[in-house]
Ligand binder design. Structure first.
Ligand code: ZN
Length: 446
């Protein structure tokens, strides 16, 4: 398991991003806007053509200093701070159109350096109205300046200048940033459930989005293919007239993991399906879909790897993991949680059997691990890894509208079968006969 304690962080799992957004926006916006931001209204996204455009980025670094420069179409207000675990510099901006190759800040695309300050950087939209640059540090650094200057050639440059500092000073700066964030924090809202709907609510959760692109390989980007898949599946389910469908995101925006969980709970979801695609850099032959459920201990090392990777999403977007620290006594939840897990296993089992009729499955298609996005105690939740972008056949499939149509059809059928049998077969136990040892494929058919 990648991260301990998720099972205790239950009811208070509030929208971390919304919270962080509110807090950070306070730093950025004039006082008169504060009330609006505190009430949770998101800053309206400006029309794309009026947004500042970043047209190039350049990193220069020596052993003790680094300068990251973006060329912009006009000045923006930047707010920078440092976060630890892992050590990062965060630069918040109003929504900016990054007309740049999203890969340029990846370690393999930076000039190799033994003792640089910056390991990698990325940028993108955090939510409508807000963009962010996240700089992963290779050594403790402080922000000397983060702001715009006129380049003299009529162009504006956003310059982020860092210099090496010692570990103790860095820690002090992290504590100061956290204290300021905490001071500005809104109290976490309790879960506000919608009135029950006449139809079962299915929440589809396309993973990643915005600044968090997820896995990438062979020119395919996870956040894009999973959104496409979710939309096709949503249309199929809606067409049955049997379900109410909610998508956690319908466009390219970032949502924190706890915000996704919260949507499932607030919408009274009868089923939550998080949709992802995996990649393995060194084993291109591994292929097929895998269906994960939540467990305290990972079913195997591969499941632990996948959960650790998917749980990184908040870190990738520059959120502070210490924000999500609610601790709710678990005992009242235990019975609910047991039933929830049993339903999750039941659906995962059904999905495996429907999927295998038409699509490729991983050789061990049912696994479990500590996925943060599956932690709702009262919403049956599974995570579907559609396949491996690192595998040629999977990558082609995931990018193909025909495959998407066919595979989402299998998922829609599995959902139909699950709800049809759910009332007949109320689960009595959390035991999951499906979690077979590696390599053994469950033999039962729907
Ligand atoms: Zn993912």
């Amino acid at each position: 398991m990648a991260k301990g304690g998720y099972s205790r962080n239950i009811a208070g799992a509030s929208g971390t991003l919304a919270l962080a957004a509110g807090k950070l926006a306070l730093v950025l916006v004039p006082l008169t806007l504060m009330c609006t931001v505190l009430q949770g209204s998101s800053l309206r996204a400006e029309a794309a053509d009026t947004l500042p455009v970043a047209s190039s980025a350049r990193l220069e670094q020596g052993a003790d200093q680094a300068t990251l420069t973006f060329e912009l179409s006009g000045p923006v207000q930047a707010t920078a701070f440092v976060l630890g675990d892992p050590d990062r510099v965060i630069v918040d901006l109003p929504q900016t159109n990054f007309a740049l190759d999203p890969e340029i800040g990846k370690p393999e695309n930076l000039e190799p350096r033994k003792n640089g300050l910056v390991a990698s950087f990325r940028y993108g939209q955090l939510e409508p109205g807000r963009s962010r640059i996240v700089i992963d540090l290779a050594a403790s650094a402080k922000v000397l300046r983060a702001g715009c200057e006129n380049g003299g050639d009529g162009k504006t440059r956003l310059v982020v200048e860092l210099s090496r500092t010692d570990k103790a000073s860095f820690r002090t700066a992290v504590q100061a940033a956290r204290a300021r964030l905490a001071e500005l924090a809104q109290p976490k809202k309790p879960i506000e459930r919608e009135p029950a709907s006449a139809l079962p609510v299915i929440v589809l959760d396309p993973g990643h989005g915005g600044i968090d692109r997820g896995a990438r390989a062979r020119g395919v980007v996870e956040k894009e293919v999973v959104l496409e898949f979710a939309k096709v599946l949503a249309a199929k389910l809606e067409a049955t007239g049997h379900f109410k469908i909610v998508l956690t995101r319908e466009d390219d925006r970032f949502l924190s993991l706890s915000e996704r969980v919260r949507i499932g709970r607030e919408r009274n979801a009868a089923l939550f399906i998080s949709i992802h695609a995996d990649t393995l850099s060194r084993v291109a032959k591994v292929s097929g879909a895998t269906i994960y459920t939540l467990s305290d201990r990972a079913s195997d090392r591969e499941a632990a790897r996948v959960a650790a990777k998917e749980n990184q999403s908040d870190i990738v977007a520059g959120l502070d993991p210490s924000e999500d620290n609610d601790d709710v006594a678990g005992i009242l939840f235990d019975l609910t949680r047991r039933e929830t897990r049993a339903y999750s296993h039941m659906f995962a089992h059904t999905l495996v059997n429907y999927w295998r009729v038409a699509e490729r499955l991983n050789k061990n298609p049912r696994r479990s691990a500590g996925f943060l996005v599956l932690k709702a105690p009262d919403v049956p939740s599974v995570l579907l890894e559609l396949g491996y972008l690192s595998n040629g056949a999977d990558s082609l499939a995931l990018n193909s509208p025909d495959w998407r149509d066919q595979a989402s059809g299998q998922v829609a059928q599995a959902i139909g079968a699950f709800f049809a049998s759910r009332e007949r077969n109320r689960p009595m136990t959390t035991a999951d006969p499906d979690l077979a040892p590696a390599g053994k494929i469950p033999s039962s058919k729907p």
